[in-house]
Structure formats: C-alpha cells, structure tokens
Design a protein around this ligand. Structure first.
Ligand code: MN
Ligand code: MN
Length: 471
C-alpha cells in the first residue's frame, strides 16, 4: 500500500538499531548467562579434538546416542530420536529426528571447530643459542607477527612405538608453564622495521621456546635439547621419534575474558568459529520435537579449505544421511538425494564487524556492526562475488519471517568493500546438493588473531537465530 502523507519516516527508511536496545524483559540476564557458558566452552575447547570431546560430552548428557549403537542394534528412528555422529574425534554431527520423513529435508546449522594456530612440524625439537625450541608450521590464515611474544599453550596427541596414545595439555592451567615465539627487540629492528608486515616475521621464525637447562656441559648444541627430551620421557613417556606420529597444536594460553568497562564483549582465542559452534550446540540442545530433522554440524579443516576426511568437502554428511535413511526404514539413494535437496542450511561462520581503526576496507552501509545482532551475508567470495554461494532472495525472505517471529536481532552485511579482499565458508559445499544455504554467524573484530573480539548480545542472538531455525 502506498504511504500516505504524514506517515512516519521510520516506516519508509531502513534504520538498524543496536541489539542491546532491543532485548526483551529479563533477556539481559539470559545474554550474560549464555556468555558465561560460552566462555567456559572456549576455555575447554581450544582445538578441534578438544571441541569434539566437549560437544560429545554435552550431547550425550542430553540424551544423544551414538549412531554406531543404532546401526548395531538396528533400532529404527522415530520422531525425537537424538543421534550423535563422531567423525574421527575431529568433527561431529548431531541430529534430532523430525516428525516429517527425512526426504522432506532437514534444517542444518553448520559450524567449524578448527581455528588458526601453530602446528608442530613432524620433527620439531632443536637447540640454538642454548635454547631448546620447537619448529612449527602455521595452520590457516595468520598474520605471523601477531603470534610472537604471547604466552602459548600446547595441546595434542602423540603415539608411542607400541601404539599407545599420549595426550599433551600444557599451558592452560594456572600452575602450568607457558611457551612463546620470540620477536626482535626494537633496538635492533632497524632492518626488520623496513620490511612489510608479511615479511617482518616469516613462517620459519615461528619457533616456540621450550627450555634452557642443559643436561651437562659436554654436548655442545644438544645439551639443552636433551634436557627437554629427558623431561618429555619422564613426564609423558615419549621419545623424539614419537613426534613423527603426532598432532600438536600451539594456541594462545589462558582463558576467555570479559572485555570493556560494561563487560559487554568477549576477548578470546578461537572464536572463529567456536562462537557459532557453541551457538549451534546450545541451540540444538534446546530443540524439542522439531517438524523437520534438526542437524548441527561441527566440522574440521575449514581454515585450510575444508579438505580432508574431517572437513566439509568430505562425504561425511552424505554418508551419514545414507545411514539415517536406512535407519528410518527402507534405504534408497533417491530418498537420500531428496533429503539433501530439500534441506535448508545456515552456514554458521563468523564475519567481520566494522573496525573504527580500519574504515577504509569497510563500506559503512553494508557492513556489520558489533552489537547489532547475528549477521547474515547473502554472499561472500572476492572480486565479482567469485567463489561465493549467493543465497536466494526467497530463502532470505523465509528467514526474515522466522527471525521476526522469534525476536532474533539480525543484520545483513558484506565482509568488506567490493575489491578489498574476500573469504569463503562451507556454504558452497552444501549448496551443490540443492540445499538452500546462507551464511549466518557472529560479527567479530580481530578475526584470526590470537585474541578475537565478539559482542555478547551478538553471541546470544546467534544462538537464538539457530534455535529458531531448527525448532
Ligand atoms: Mn570461520
Ligand atoms: Mn576463519
């Protein structure tokens, strides 16, 4: 209907408003409580393995049953059955069977639980300058200089010669020692400071300091390394060769913290994408008797392109749907195809929030703002939308209704200016089945840095969006 003269300008003009000003009665308490639980999750789930373990623990406590158990007993699915699928302790799928058959589609929320970090090289330990160090190979997109001079923790697994698994976790308990990548003192940095930020600290400089006490004064160049190896043998029963059969990740040490005088934000490592992963977990644990099968995916390897058998580019989801269709009744590939094609997906990943220090890369009218709710990105990619899944307007329209009906504060934004750069998510890997997919996640500052920054109201609205979508 045409607007009459005198209608409020508010009805004509789109004017986004802070999420903090749109909270309902008592919702402030829920926002704060939610973020306390979220911070605890971040403290526990520092790697994809640790995140998987914690997600499984919470899901099992809520009644999710491992799919292997169902397959073994041949127990058929019924509406409300809760299923957990563990993919090599690195990625997880959670399902709640809906009232409608699988072939009518699912409501998926797909997040990732790997984050940028430093991985130990296969043969990491050496000594130089009477210091023992560990060589690393960075994982994902990092600005290397950001990872120097910070307290770091080590998490991972090694395998001994007899096949016994050893778990390492050093640096996150208050009584633990920490580790560090060094940087040059400013006094001698005349040459370094002339380099570009990409060249000032290089990949081969990302060596983690491990020790300083030599075993004796004879083994020049080896005595300190031997001291570290002795400690590793004594405490964990491992020898140097065992590092060849290991996955050891170096991450910022310490816990998630409140940020700001008003404690409105969270500063923590790994919020890309554990902020969306936790929202997905928390949301699906609240879903009861959904119409369509609800699914939360917690994938690995997103930061390096989603390849590998624990990443979204694998057949993990497809294989799982085959199993579910078989458990539902009669298996047929056509039913699997339909289940996939008729599904709708929120690709749950973070996006960039407007950074007042770097306005040049943001287009103010189409960027996301901290505190303005969960962010929907119609497309990502780079240049002319290259490599992006560009969501359909029809699906966005459906989402608008779902969000409005459930008081979800949300905002629409692009990652940055048209030609400023770009990025991708798992969205395109799901859209190829015919699923309706859109990127929907939390806006953050400092993305991929050791300490990422999010707003508590956005974190909470992310959960609310996923819950409304799956229920
Ligand atoms: Mn991400
Ligand atoms: Mn990322």
């Amino acid at each position: 209907m045409a607007k009459k003269k005198g209608d409020s300008i508010k009805d004509l003009m789109f004017q986004p408003k802070s999420g903090w000003l749109q909270l309902k009665d008592k919702e402030m308490d829920e926002v704060l409580k939610y973020n306390e639980d979220y911070k605890s999750f971040l403290d526990i789930a520092k790697t994809e393995r640790l995140a998987s373990t914690e997600i499984m623990r919470q899901a099992e406590a809520a009644g999710f049953v491992n799919i292997e158990k169902l397959v073994k007993t041949g127990q058929k699915l019924k509406a409300g059955t809760k299923i957990l699928v563990n993919n090599k302790d690195k990625s997880i799928g959670l399902f709640i069977i809906g009232k409608k058959p699988l072939e009518e589609g699912m409501r998926l929320v797909g997040a990732h639980i790997d984050s940028p970090r430093l991985d130990f090289k296969p043969n990491p330990i050496y000594e130089d300058g009477h210091i023992a160090l560990g060589k690393t190979h960075y994982y994902g997109g990092v600005k290397k200089y950001q990872w120097t001079t910070l307290p770091l923790a080590i998490h991972g697994v090694l395998y001994k010669k007899d096949g016994e698994k050893v778990t390492l976790a050093i640096g996150d308990k208050p009584e633990d020692p920490v580790f560090c990548v060094t940087d040059l003192l400013i006094h001698l940095s005349k040459a370094q400071m002339q380099k570009t930020m990409a060249e000032g600290v290089t990949g081969e400089m990302m060596n983690v300091v491990l020790g300083n006490i030599p075993v004796n004064d004879e083994e020049e160049g080896k005595a300190v390394k031997l001291g570290v190896l002795e400690l590793l043998k004594e405490r964990y029963g491992v020898v140097e060769e065992d590092f060849l059969m290991a996955e050891i990740e170096v991450v910022p040490a310490g816990n998630a913290r409140d940020l700001g005088l008003d404690r409105s934000m969270v500063l923590a490592y790994g919020q890309d994408d554990r902020v969306c992963a936790y929202a997905t977990l928390n949301a699906i644990l609240q879903v009861k008797d959904p119409e369509y099968t609800a699914c939360g995916l917690f994938m690995d390897k997103e930061e390096i392109g989603s390849y590998g058998n624990t990443g979204m580019d694998s057949y993990f989801l497809e294989n799982t749907i085959h199993e579910l269709v078989a458990l539902e009744g009669e298996h047929s590939s056509l039913k699997v195809r339909r289940a996939m094609k008729n599904s709708k997906v929120l690709s749950a990943d973070v996006t960039a929030a407007f950074d007042p220090d770097f306005p040049d890369v943001m287009e103010k009218q189409n960027t996301c703002y901290l505190g303005f709710g969960v962010a929907v990105s119609k497309y990502g990619g780079s240049g002319g939308k290259g490599g992006s899944n560009d969501a359909n307007a029809e699906f966005l329209s459906e989402l608008r209704t779902v969000f409005a009906d459930n008081d979800v504060v949300w905002q629409m934004g692009e990652l940055g200016k048209v030609d400023a750069g770009g990025g991708g998510t798992i969205a395109f890997l799901l859209s190829r089945y015919g699923m309706e997919v859109v990127d929907c996640g939390t806006p953050v500052l400092n993305m991929h840095s050791p300490y990422e920054l999010s707003s508590k109201v956005d974190n909470y609205m992310t959960m609310k969006a996923y819950r409304a979508f799956m229920k």
